[in-house]
Design a protein around this ligand. Sequence first.
Ligand SMILES: Nc1nc2c(c(=O)[nH]1)N[C@H]1C(S)=C(S)[C@@H](COP(=O)(O)OP(=O)(O)OC[C@H]3O[C@@H](n4cnc5c(=O)[nH]c(N)nc54)[C@H](O)[C@@H]3O)O[C@H]1N2
Ligand SMILES: Nc1nc2c(c(=O)[nH]1)N[C@H]1C(S)=C(S)[C@@H](COP(=O)(O)OP(=O)(O)OC[C@H]3O[C@@H](n4cnc5c(=O)[nH]c(N)nc54)[C@H](O)[C@@H]3O)O[C@H]1N2
Ligand SMILES: [Mo]
Length: 627
Amino acid sequence: MRDCYDTCSIISELHEGKLRVRGNPSHPITQGFLCPKGALLPKWLHSRDRLKTPLIRRDLTDDFKETNWEEAINLIANRLMETIRKYGSESVLVYNYAGDRGVVNYAFPLRLFHYLNTSILDYGICDRAGQEALKDVYGTAGGMDPEELKNQKLIVYWGINPVWTNLHGFMLAKKHGLEKWVVDVIKTETAKRCEKFFQIRPNTDVVFALGVARLIIENELYDREFIREKVYGFEKFVKYLDRFDMNFVSGETGIEKERIEEFAFGYAEKKGVIHIGYGFQRSFSGGEAIRAIAILPALVGHKFGFIYDMKTIDKSYAEGEFLRTKPARKIPQMRLAEYIENGEIKFLYVYNSNPFASLPNQNRLRKAIEDNNVFVVVHDIFLTDTALYAHVVLPANTFFERYDIADSYYHRYVALNEPVMRLYGKSNSEVTRLLAKALGIENPHLYETDKKVIKKVLEINGIRFEELRKAGFVKIPIQERTYNTPSGKIEFYSQRALNRGLSPFPEYKSRRGRGLQLLSPTWKMTITSQYHNTYNIIDPYLHMNPKDAKERGIHENDEVEIFNKNGRIKTRVKLNEDIPEGVVLLYKAFWTKILGWNVNFLTTDETVEEYGNGSAYHSTWVEVRKI
Ligand SMILES: Nc1nc2c(c(=O)[nH]1)N[C@H]1C(S)=C(S)[C@@H](COP(=O)(O)OP(=O)(O)OC[C@H]3O[C@@H](n4cnc5c(=O)[nH]c(N)nc54)[C@H](O)[C@@H]3O)O[C@H]1N2
Ligand SMILES: Nc1nc2c(c(=O)[nH]1)N[C@H]1C(S)=C(S)[C@@H](COP(=O)(O)OP(=O)(O)OC[C@H]3O[C@@H](n4cnc5c(=O)[nH]c(N)nc54)[C@H](O)[C@@H]3O)O[C@H]1N2
Ligand SMILES: [Mo]
């Protein structure tokens, strides 16, 4: 249910009114254990911070007033109708994301907004550039089933930190005895636990991957037969590689020639699988990098030798786009502030997301909301940073308190989620039904029960409810997969990219700013902004290479100001040899309400337009000074 690769099967029990959790030993991915943050879930469920009653206020400067559900729902319904009457249905935007990935809980509220023909989001903050890049090469971003790792020898973790973000995946690779390599800018926890580590300069992955490809080809280590049958544009690609000689590759990436050879020869010999991370592609070079990386497994003869996304079940029934009478206006998720500034959004309904923590360029976003007359509704479990910008706040319940089903973006299991207890708040679908009623809508699709939606979704996907109920999880049948590209092959010369105005080959477009590059990757004990308020285990330091610190007269634990044109924040420094020179690190999306800052006051909100308006968080440059 969490926004995490592993989507664990959790066994929940009640002991004297308190929840206990453990990993399901019979689930092949969960393997009977929980990660450190999963093990603390009872703290989250029973947190005293949970919202218990709806809150309302007239103005953003007023204090919240507690109210009952009826008054809150009626207020939302009235404002919704008034906004639609005055400004049209497209001035209403539903902003939702993956705070909870349960199928009903994620999708059902969209039925109401489709019915009302409102604007919806074009998702782009997380993994978008990679999705587009993999479509350019394979026609799909759906890669290998991780359970197939049992027949493999080598996995390369490229721009991903699975010991923190995909622990069960990492343990699976370990269990199957795979050799594990890492390509990362930072010597992460994963890098420390793997056999080989290639520390690369940021934004140069495209050069490294193409250099490796060239070595594999020059040394005739590629799979000729596979390429003849399954690859489009191989000869042109080989010519293109001329410009990536080893001096250039080594000079740009900072990886010595011998180590590039070590990678290329070892990778070709062991026919490595590559787990391509979501984290590293959030930059101006991410899309091009993934196009280049995606070529490597095909070179050595893998049909789908990468792990990225697992498009498993069809959830469109739960979402109900069929309720629309007009095509949707889709607003790029990354451009929320811009649309608000232009007066195009007058009503914002937020659920399953905390954009005032997770979106970049927070000063701009906050000013946009303050200056423009937008009515904001937030449905959340807690009074988040986003809720502080709401007119109405509705308490949500958690996945321990309702029925649902969930799939994973990593593995192929669908799980049934059953409630263990009910504490506070209402589920996303319950609120949707209340709103539909208050709006006087009669369409029965808006009143369908969770169980009916679940059964129908399962039926559409060929899964028997009874089977799922008995085991708690089922594996989705694997269908024969094809390359959905114009040529029907893996395209080393990408026609889709060409049609989108890009080069048919992955390009090295190094775009650098002045100062230090700020990376804001994932922290081990949170899920984006979640659990900061409940577990309170965070790392608030600016991590910095000792040489960069020395140049600025900065010592361990000094208080510093980190600034750029977007904003400034203050925190303390940790000198860290795992961070290369020229790079600094702050972990992503903590609560400003608690800490007084969040890295997203600094991050860029420019988008990678040619890759679906994907985010570019890591293409942020800052300066640091001692205070
Ligand atoms: N600087 C920087 N910023 C980043 C990133 C980065 O790498 N660097 N990563 C980005 C990525 S990958 C992502 S995916 C986004 C995530 O961004 P968000 O979607 O904003 O993710 P969360 O912080 O997990 O917020 C989810 C919210 O949903 C609430 N919630 C949980 N369950 C339920 C429920 O059942 N019902 C309701 N109504 N609410 C619920 C939680 O309490 C929480 O407040 O952040 C992005 N932000
Ligand atoms: N504990 C925990 N687990 C999570 C989440 C969480 O918040 N906490 N979030 C979930 C979500 S929403 C997502 S999207 C995933 C994200 O999972 P990951 O992809 O593992 O996340 P990140 O830590 O953001 O990024 C991975 C790595 O990319 C590296 N990197 C940055 N720039 C470059 C570059 O130019 N080249 C290379 N090679 N590497 C680079 C960073 O140093 C970092 O170590 O995790 C999911 N799981
Ligand atoms: Mo994400």
